[in-house]
Design a protein around this ligand. Structure first.
Ligand SMILES: NC(=O)c1ccc[n+]([C@@H]2O[C@H](COP(=O)([O-])OP(=O)(O)OC[C@H]3O[C@@H](n4cnc5c(N)ncnc54)[C@H](OP(=O)(O)O)[C@@H]3O)[C@@H](O)[C@H]2O)c1
Length: 180
């Protein structure tokens, strides 16, 4: 990353946490503010983001984007650029585990998600968020990360995304990938 002077925020580190209105992302945002960061609490529903930012307190600000909509990511880039001038940290945390019928049990979702039988439209929807969304947000935010002295990107994953784990026949989730 090229060296630049972080003046817009008076030297304060700035983070953008994607999917921060609940769950893991909310806790990451909370921990970052406790460690002195100014945090953009990203939410695809701005009201939920504002509630989360209010709960986190000073140094947390809600921001809207949807990782599947490039225009919203570009609008967020513009706002952060104007307000803060740079980004020290991007946390790609947003993800969905399925895009099918709501109300299914975990077992039913796992069954419906088998590689051999999964509905292609559901696979596409999940990849749109979990894969292409991450690439999209990262590419669009890179100019702001490059303006900080040591920009960092953290991609939150899952044990189910670990090739090492799911390649192990002893892994509890291994059966999910077996051809049946
Ligand atoms: N919880 C666990 O036990 C666990 C275990 C392993 C890994 N993880 C990983 O941790 C991360 C967060 O999981 P979580 O359990 O905290 O999930 P969660 O509570 O469902 O939170 C996911 C967040 O992502 C947001 N999101 C989903 N689609 C989006 C989109 N298109 N654009 C912008 N934001 C979007 C959600 O917004 P809405 O509120 O609007 O839906 C929500 O804020 C994921 O990457 C997951 O793989 C979690």
């Amino acid at each position: 990353m090229e060296n630049t002077i972080e003046t817009s925020t008076g030297g304060q580190s700035v983070a953008l946490v994607i999917g921060a209105n609940q769950g893991v992302g909310f806790q990451i945002a909370k921990a970052l503010t406790a460690n002195g960061y100014k945090v953009y609490v990203e939410s695809r529903n701005l009201d939920n983001g504002e509630n989360a930012a209010a709960e986190i307190g000073t140094n947390a600000q809600a921001i809207h984007l949807d990782v599947t909509e490039q225009s919203t990511i570009k609008a967020a880039l513009e706002r952060i650029g104007k307000e803060s001038g740079h980004l020290n940290l991007l946390v790609n945390n947003a993800a969905i585990s399925h895009a099918g019928k709501p109300g299914r049990t975990l077992e039913e979702m796992m069954e419906d998600g088998r590689a051999t039988t999964a509905a292609l439209e559901e696979v596409r929807a999940v990849w749109e968020t979990n894969v292409f969304g991450v690439i999209s947000v990262t590419q669009i935010m890179l100019p702001l990360l490059r303006k900080s002295s040591a920009g960092r990107i953290v991609n939150v994953s899952s044990g189910l995304g670990s090739l090492t784990w799911v390649s192990d026949p002893a892994c509890w989730a291994r059966a999910h990938f077996n051809v049946v």
